[in-house]
Design a protein around this ligand. Structure first.
Ligand code: ADP
Ligand code: AMP
Length: 217
């Protein structure tokens, strides 16, 4: 399975990605997680990315595309992958197309988790993440079993610096301007499936599984 997850920040891409990755045994590749790991390790990439991420802006395509080129070269991607948060611009989508063509690989689908803007603010301000494994929780909608600790690896949960109310609004505007055009981009290629992301987490997962089950047949 070779899948792209699309949807606004806070739609639930990371949450669903963990379950999809487990069920279909494909690596979950999140450019956001890769940037956050680099930021916490203070690498040159992390220091540069932080300047953009903290303002709610996209990291420049040149940096982001290189990360994906490297990551898709990894052996664990041979039998499939799940991209979460990439592509975010048409330029990134075109670069991905070139990378996949060179590898002789085709995408199965992009999956849009559709969530209207009015749902997003409460999801993002209540989000808590594990910087170690990337798992995402919500203080009300999906609390961890032990307060402040990741269910999967036991590490401490933190609130993302870019999940403040002001930054969320900027990120949503950028999504509308730069990422939303990908819906038409993949729709025109007949590579778009849509799920209702306003359902509860399990309901969204069931909808995704039924779409992916059809594709696998
Ligand atoms: P994304 O990766 O698309 O930015 P996340 O998966 O991190 O989004 O989800 C954003 C926040 O919303 C998290 O706090 C998560 O626990 C919560 N969340 C995810 N899916 C749902 C849902 N279907 N209903 C309610 N809250 C959700
Ligand atoms: P995410 O974890 O997907 O919400 O990403 C967090 C932040 O990382 C985004 O708001 C961007 O600043 C940056 N980022 C992640 N993926 C990309 C990408 N494909 N292109 C540009 N910036 C990205």
């Amino acid at each position: 399975m070779r899948i792209i997850l699309l949807g606004p920040p806070g739609a639930g891409k990371g949450t669903q990605a963990k379950s999809i990755s487990n069920k279909f045994s494909i690596p979950h590749i999140s450019t956001g997680d890769i940037f956050r790991k680099n930021i916490s390790e203070k690498t040159p990439l992390g220091i540069e990315a932080k300047k953009h991420i903290d303002k709610g802006h996209l990291v420049p395509d040149a940096l982001t595309i290189d990360i994906i080129v490297d990551r898709l070269d990894n052996e664990d991607c041979i039998n499939g992958f799940l991209l979460d948060g990439y592509p975010r611009t048409v330029n990134q989508a075109e670069a991905l197309e070139t990378i996949l063509e060179e590898k002789g690989i085709v995408l199965d689908t992009s999956l849009l988790i559709k969530v209207p803007r009015e749902f997003i603010l409460s999801r993002m301000t209540g989000r808590r993440v594990c910087l170690n494994c990337g798992a995402s929780y919500h203080i009300t909608f999906n609390p961890p079993e032990t307060d402040g600790k990741c269910n999967l690896c036991g590490s401490s949960l933190v609130q993302r610096a870019d999940d403040s109310e002001e930054t969320v609004s900027e990120r949503l505007d950028i999504y509308d301007a730069q990422t939303q055009p990908l819906i038409k981009y993949y729709g025109d290629k007949n590579l778009l499936s849509v799920v209702d992301g306003t359902q509860a987490i399990n309901g969204v997962f069931e909808s995704i599984c039924s779409i992916l089950g059809e594709i696998k047949k």
